[in-house]
Design a protein around this ligand. Structure first.
Ligand SMILES: Cc1cc2nc3c(=O)[nH]c(=O)nc-3n(C[C@H](O)[C@H](O)[C@H](O)COP(=O)(O)OP(=O)(O)OC[C@H]3O[C@@H](n4cnc5c(N)ncnc54)[C@H](O)[C@@H]3O)c2cc1C
Length: 502
């Protein structure tokens, strides 16, 4: 085998996944057809959970140096914005950052942890048998046939890997298109940003650089134009004129693009030795800026599982849990983007304006606003609790930041413990029955931490010990009331990490 894993596609999801694998000491090669990251950024937003994931790997500060934190975001361009600042996290905001910059940070990270990145290399075929996968690609030096134990298709919406694996992409075709222009506005809106829904259409405007604004538009008279038809400056100009009563001096387009609301999801995220992640696994109308964000969560979910399998310590259910955990999350994502599409683009009538204004009023209720903000932030993601573990409310949940006081007195943010991508076995009970020197077999993939919680965290009051997965979800927590905590801990570590105490 040339590699343990080949990742096809070096967009944000492929880069993140390849880096996660390399961090877990997997020999990984990433194949990307483009010479360099495209300067045309589709995504402009990183949501709170993505920022937490970056924080878990020590990358958040880098992104904060580039992007701009914004406390609010939008749902369906409704007038009442979602308030992320009330969420329980230090990443309680969205980061306004171009996809180009996010990809640059990810690529630098992937390189630094040892991913072999082959750019200008286009994959043309993927085959698998019981032993492994064979990937044929064309690059600067002609054709190459590469072998690996697994391949991951992170090759975007038109995924060749998905097609070659024969995985159905079920859903609906485009019925609506929107337009985007990164342009100069000689007379930008006074507020610099703007969101307006009228009977003449929807327009949203945000600055993208010192010079450029992004104009996003759904124009009722242009919304059935096929996505392949190039956008013209004139289309945007006349739309602005009708919706806003001014064309804002639109000129000098840097990038014009049309995109649609096709909504599809791969029926299976795994076919034997082939996996899918990111847009290769699901597509939807980019409402609320979520596609890239959920793709990063997939990369985090799959990376440590593939690594565990390759290192021979994965339980037999682990690889399939990638599909069973992520598919429902993305079903919910498609539901929310379809709801937003209905509200933003299907009808520009007085009754739609009435519906939008009612929903906008409802979002002024703090609980409703917080609920939706948590959904977009991906803070509501909870994986099915481990049925063999002792029941605990934390099982399967996202691990929130805890301030920990280690036994040596050091106080730290628990996220710092995850920079190397390991499991963290967190003992919080100062239980003498737990031998300080219990070591777990493996190559450092489990980090044992004895600590107490500095501050008030009611949900953790009764936790004796918890195992946190490398992707920042809680595998299980053993309650202090458990008469045999050591047994439960040992069984839980064996079940999840494939390691026995030595
Ligand atoms: C207008 C618009 C705005 C958006 N805004 C947001 C936002 O604010 N927030 C958000 O989260 N998401 C947003 N999205 C969605 C986001 O851009 C995508 O979800 C994200 O790019 C998916 O990342 P990916 O790595 O899965 O796929 P891609 O970014 O599509 O990357 C796939 C990569 O694979 C490569 N590739 C493809 N085929 C091959 C092959 N055969 N061989 C080798 N390489 C190949 C491609 O060159 C590409 O680099 C937006 C989308 C649009 C259209």
């Amino acid at each position: 085998m040339d590699y343990e894993v080949i990742v096809v596609g070096g967009g944000p999801v492929g880069m993140m996944l390849a880096a996660e694998l390399a961090l877990a000491k997997v020999k990984v090669c990433l194949l990307e057809r483009l010479k360099e990251t495209t300067p045309y950024s589709r995504a402009l937003t990183l949501h709170p959970r993505s920022l937490e994931l970056f924080d878990l790997r020590g990358l958040k500060t880098k992104l904060l140096r580039i992007g701009k934190p914004l406390p609010t975001g939008h749902f369906a361009a409704l007038d009442t914005r979602l308030d992320f600042s009330v969420l329980d996290s230090s990443s309680n905001y969205t980061l306004y950052i171009s996809q180009h910059d996010t990809e640059k940070v990810l690529e630098a990270w992937a390189q630094s942890v040892g991913v072999e990145i082959r750019r200008e290399t286009e994959v043309v075929s993927v085959r698998q048998d019981a032993q492994g996968v064979e990937v044929t690609a064309f690059g600067k030096n002609g054709e190459a046939v590469l072998t690996a134990a697994y391949v991951v298709g992170a090759d975007g919406a038109g995924s060749l890997v998905r097609k070659q694996a024969g995985i159905p992409f079920e859903g609906t075709d485009t019925t609506l298109t929107a337009m985007l222009g990164d342009v100069v506005l000689a007379n930008p809106p006074e507020t610099n940003t703007l969101s307006r829904f009228t009977e003449h259409g929807l327009v949203m405007i945000v600055p993208v650089t010192d010079r450029l604004h992004r104009v996003v538009m759904i124009d009722p008279v242009r919304k059935e134009v096929p996505k392949e038809e190039p956008v013209t400056l004139e289309e945007l100009r006349s739309g602005l004129q009708r919706i806003l009563g001014s064309d804002l001096g639109i000129c000098e387009p840097f990038w014009l693009s049309r995109y649609g609301n096709a909504t599809r999801q791969a029926k299976r995220y795994r076919e034997g030795r082939i996996f899918l992640a990111g847009d290769a696994a699901h597509i939807h109308f980019p409402a609320g800026g979520q596609g890239l964000n959920v793709g990063l969560q997939e990369a985090m979910n799959l990376g440590w599982k593939l690594a565990a399998e390759l290192k021979g310590r994965a339980p037999d259910w682990l690889l399939d849990s990638y599909h069973s955990e992520r598919f429902p999350v993305n079903t919910a994502l498609l539901r929310n983007t379809q709801a937003q599409t209905m509200l933003m683009g299907m009808e520009f009538s007085p009754r739609m304006m009435g519906l939008r204004s009612m929903l906008s009023d409802l979002l002024r209720i703090p609980e409703a606003n917080k609920e939706l903000a948590a959904q977009l932030a991906a803070f509501d993601v909870r994986y099915a609790p481990d049925e063999e573990a002792l029941p605990h409310a934390l099982n399967g949940r996202r691990f929130t930041e805890l301030k920990l006081r280690l036994d040596n007195g050091t106080v730290l943010n628990a996220y710092e413990l995850f920079h190397s991508g390991c499991f963290v076995l967190l003992h919080l009970a100062s239980d003498d029955r737990l031998n300080d020197n219990v070591q777990w077999a493996g190559d450092g993939h489990i980090r044992v931490v004895r600590a107490s919680i500095a501050g008030q965290e009611a949900e953790w009051d009764d936790v004796h010990t918890a195992l946190i997965r490398p992707d920042g979800h809680i595998a299980w927590a053993v309650p202090r009331s458990e008469p045999q905590p050591l047994e439960a801990i040992k069984q839980g570590v064996v079940r999840w990490c494939g390691s026995r105490p030595i």
